[in-house]
Design a protein around this ligand. Structure first.
Ligand code: FAD
Length: 470
C-alpha cells in the first residue's frame, strides 16, 4: 500500500518504460514506488501490444505453415482446424504469466506497487485513486511520468471494439472475420492484418500515404510489400476513408483517393483502425504543475529526461522518439541513472525497429533515402537469402540483407534485413553500429555455418568487396 513516507523516485505508469525505471531505481538503492492504473504491470506492450500480438502471430504462423508449408516437407495432416478460443487462451496465458513475473520482480527488488490512477497535486506529490476505491497521496523527490500512449482515433470512425476495433479489439476477436479492412499500413496494422489473413480473412489495407511503413528503406519496402501481396494482402495506397456505415450488416466504408476524386465503397465484417498512437496524459494534472507539452501532446524533456518542472521527468511513448518498448526501457534506465547522479545515455539513431510479419523486416540506422539526403558518399552491399544455405535447407528463403556503409571509411550507416528471423539477426548489426564498426569488421568475423547470420556476413563482404556465394 501507499504511504505518506517520502520516496526517492515515484513512477507513474507500469509499462516497459515505467516498470524498468522502477526496478532500476530500486536496484540503485533508491526508495521507489510505481503507480499503475490497469491492475496489471507491463503496460500497453505486455497487456495489449507486443506480447499478445507476437503470441497470435506465432500461433497463426504455425497454422499457415501447417497448411501451406508442411506438405512440401513431407508432413501431412488428414485434418487441420483452428480452435480460436484455445489460441486466445494461449495468448492470455503468456500475458498473465509475464505480468505476474513483473510483480515478482517488484517484490524481489522492493519496489512499492500502488494500483490506481495517479494525478499530480504538486511537483512532488501524486494523489492516487486506488483500484480499491481509496484515495492516497504518494510523495517523491523525483517523479517519472511513464504514462505511455493510446490509440489514435480517426475523425468519423468511432471505435466500438466489435465491428470497428483498435489493435486491442483485433487481439481478441471472437470470430475470424471474412473480410477485414485495416486502416493504416504501419507495423501494427500489417502485423494484425497478417494474423487474421493467415487464419483466413480477406485483408485489405487502406493507407493515406503513398507507401506502407514510411520509416522503412525504400528498396526493402518494395520487396516487403510484394511478399505481403503474395500472401494475398491487398493494398489501397494514397486512399482515405471518408465515411463509415455500421447500420448495415458488417461495415460499409466509403473511400476516395487521398488527393480527392471519385469515391468507392468497401465492405468489411471488421475494420481495424491502426492509424498511429498518441501520447496519453489525460487526467494526469500536467497543467496543475505546468509541465510543457508539444503540439502532438508529447511531454518535452531535456537530455536528462527532465521536464521544464524540476524533479519531474518523462520517458517512453509519452515523449518524442520512436514509440517502441525497448526505447522506453532504455529511457527508463538512463533517466534513473541521471536521477542517481550518474551518467545515462540513449541514442535514438541506434534503436532497432522490427516488423514481426513473415518474413520479418528489421532495421537499424539509416535508410538509403536518409543516407542520400545526408549527401554522404556510400556503398551498398546486398545478399539475398536465396543464396543462403540454411534458408534454402528450410525452404524459407525470401528476403535479403542490405548494408549501407560510408564510402571513404567503410563505417556502417544502416542495416536492413528481411528474413524469417530478421528481428533476431539485426542485433549483430545494432552492436556493430554501436561500436562504430566498418562492414569489413562484420565480414571478417567468423559466422557459424549453416546459419541465416551468414547472409549478414556476406552482405558485409559485398559492401566493400565481393561476397563468396553470389
Ligand atoms: P505504456 O506501455 O503505454 O505504459 C503506460 C502505462 O501507464 C499503462 O499501463 C497505463 O495504464 C499507465 N497509466 C497511464 N496513465 C496513468 C495514470 N495517470 N496513473 C497510473 N497509471 C497510468 N513495441 C515494440 O517495441 N515491439 C513490438 O512488437 C510492439 N508491438 C506492439 C503491438 C501493438 C498492438 C501495440 C499497440 C503496440 C506495440 N508496441 C511494440 C509499442 C509498445 O507497446 C510501446 O512502445 C510501449 O508499451 C511503450 O511503453 P511505455 O512504458 O512508454 O508506455
Amino acid at each position: 500500500a501507499a504511504s505518506a513516507e517520502q520516496n526517492d523516485v515515484v513512477v507513474i505508469g507500469g509499462g516497459p518504460g515505467g516498470y524498468v525505471a522502477a526496478i532500476k531505481a530500486a536496484q540503485m538503492g533508491l526508495k521507489t514506488t510505481c503507480i499503475e492504473k490497469r491492475g496489471a504491470l507491463g503496460g500497453t506492450c505486455l497487456n495489449v501490444g507486443c506480447i499478445p500480438s507476437k503470441a497470435l502471430l506465432h500461433s497463426s504462423h504455425m497454422y499457415h505453415e501447417a497448411k501451406h508449408a508442411f506438405p512440401s516437407h513431407g508432413v501431412k495432416f488428414s485434418q487441420l482446424e483452428i480452435d480460436l478460443p484455445a489460441m486466445m487462451a494461449q495468448k492470455d496465458k503468456a500475458v498473465s504469466g509475464l505480468t505476474r513475473g513483473i510483480e515478482g520482480l517488484f517484490k524481489k527488488n522492493k519496489v512499492n506497487y500502488v494500483k490506481g490512477f495517479g494525478k499530480f497535486v504538486s511537483a512532488s506529490e501524486v494523489s492516487v485513486n486506488t483500484l480499491e476505491g481509496e484515495n492516497t497521496v504518494v510523495r517523491g523527490k523525483n517523479i517519472i511520468i511513464a504514462t505511455g500512449s493510446d490509440v489514435k482515433s480517426l475523425p468519423g470512425v468511432a471505435i466500438d471494439e466489435k465491428k470497428i476495433v483498435s489493435s486491442t479489439g483485433a487481439l481478441s476477436l471472437s470470430e475470424i472475420p471474412k473480410k477485414l479492412v485495416v486502416i493504416g499500413a504501419g507495423y501494427i496494422g500489417l502485423e494484425m492484418g497478417s494474423v487474421w489473413g493467415r487464419l483466413g480473412s480477406e485483408v485489405t489495407v487502406v493507407e493515406f500515404a503513398p507507401d506502407i511503413v514510411p520509416t522503412m528503406d525504400g528498396e526493402v519496402r518494395k520487396q516487403f510489400q510484394r511478399m505481403l501481396e503474395k500472401q494475398k494482402m491487398k493494398f489501397m495506397l494514397k486512399t482515405k476513408v471518408v465515411g463509415v456505415d455500421t447500420s448495415v450488416d458488417g461495415v460499409k466504408l466509403t473511400v476516395e483517393p487521398a488527393a480527392g476524386g471519385e469515391q468507392s465503397t468497401l465492405e468489411a465484417d471488421v475494420v481495424l483502425v491502426s492509424a498511429g498512437r498518441v501520447p496519453f496524459t489525460a487526467g494526469l494534472g500536467l497543467e496543475t504543475i505546468g509541465v510543457q507539452i508539444d503540439k502532438a501532446g508529447r511531454i518535452l524533456v531535456d537530455h536528462h529526461f527532465m521536464t521544464n518542472v524540476k524533479g519531474v521527468y518523462a520517458i517512453g511513448d509519452v515523449i518524442p522518439g520512436p514509440m517502441l518498448a525497448h526505447k522506453a526501457e532504455e529511457d527508463g534506465v538512463a533517466c534513473v541513472e541521471f536521477i542517481a547522479g550518474k551518467e545515462g545515455h540513449v541514442d535514438y539513431d541506434m534503436v532497432p525497429g522490427v516488423v514481426y510479419t513473415h518474413p520479418e523486416v528489421a532495421s537499424v540506422g539509416k535508410t538509403e533515402e536518409q543516407v542520400k539526403a545526408l549527401g554522404v558518399a556510400y556503398q551498398v552491399g546486398k545478399f539475398p537469402f536465396m543464396a543462403n544455405s540454411r534458408a534454402k535447407a528450410i525452404d524459407d528463403a525470401e528476403g535479403l540483407v542490405k548494408i549501407l556503409a560510408e564510402k571513404e571509411t567503410d563505417k556502417i550507416l544502416g542495416v536492413h534485413i528481411m528474413a524469417p528471423n530478421a528481428g533476431e539477426l539485426i542485433h549483430e548489426a545494432v552492436l556493430a553500429l554501436q561500436y562504430g564498426a566498418a562492414s569489413e569488421d562484420i565480414a571478417r568475423t567468423c559466422h557459424a555455418h549453416p546459419t541465416m547470420s551468414e547472409a549478414v556476413k556476406e552482405a558485409a563482404m559485398a559492401t566493400y568487396d565481393k561476397p563468396i556465394h553470389m
